[in-house]
Design a protein around this ligand. Structure first.
Ligand SMILES: [Zn+2]
Length: 242
């Protein structure tokens, strides 16, 4: 295959654009800011789960408190009823004595129930402060997530515009290369880690980095400038620049 030196140089420039595209796309898929965004998003989701769990726990304890309040109210109303009966002075001395005894027990029961109520209230306070803490942590993480999201989108859009301009440059350059050579380049590139054409520097192919022996180098150097040379080792198109 033949191609002028000028066209071979264009092929090398095309290779550079293709390598740039691979690099930019790799960068886009491995952005540190994107990883950071994912990590903080996960942290936020975990905190939000904890917050929901704490809020559910608070609702449950609130129900417990309502039940405890009802228990206290019931005892209080029995005490009030007994007090009324006692102050009315009606009933036999034995009945009045029983009433006083019952009031004593009810008083103890009331104190116990109020103790329970207080414990529940202390638990609510504990959950409340946990909710407040989690809520603040969530808000803080939400701010971080939205900041990271904006930065990530900025970086991505700048890389996207690099992809766009490189793709445009490629579209402009590719038609200037003979279609047969271009087809060979694409074929080799597809099977050669994205590299279809490489420089020959000294006796080394910059595609596979292997060196050719003296006899091979002499043969290659003796070939006409417009002869398309392939690396014997990696089959890539070798561009001789000197
Ligand atoms: Zn090679």
């Amino acid at each position: 295959m033949k191609a002028t030196r000028e066209v071979q140089e264009k092929l090398l420039a095309l290779q550079q654009l293709d390598s740039d595209l691979i690099q930019i796309k790799h960068k886009m898929s491995t952005l540190p800011i994107a990883r950071q965004f994912d990590e903080v998003s996960k942290e936020l989701a975990a905190k939000q789960d904890l917050l929901v769990a704490a809020q559910t726990e608070r609702d449950d304890i609130k129900h417990e408190l309502s039940r405890a309040e009802v228990d206290v109210e019931q005892v209080v109303s029995r005490i009030e009823r007994d007090e009324k009966r006692l102050s009315s002075g009606q009933g036999s001395p034995k009945e009045l004595e029983q009433l006083q005894h019952e009031m004593g027990s009810l008083g103890k029961r009331r104190a116990e129930l109020e103790e329970v109520e207080l414990e529940i209230m202390v638990r609510i306070e504990g959950v409340d402060s946990r909710i407040k803490e989690l809520d603040e942590e969530c808000k803080n993480l939400e701010a971080q997530v939205s900041d990271l999201k904006a930065k990530k989108e900025d970086e991505l859009s700048s890389l996207e515009s690099s992809v766009k301009s490189t793709t445009e440059a490629r579209a402009e350059l590719a038609p200037k290369i003979d279609s047969e050579l271009l087809a060979l380049y694409e074929k080799v590139r597809a099977s050669g880690d994205g590299i279809g054409a490489a420089k020959l520097v000294g006796n080394q192919c910059m595609g596979c980095h292997l060196t050719m022996n003296a006899a091979e180098l002499t043969r290659v150097k003796a070939l006409a400038d417009d002869e398309v040379v392939r690396c014997e080792e990696c089959r890539r198109i070798l561009i001789r620049l000197d």
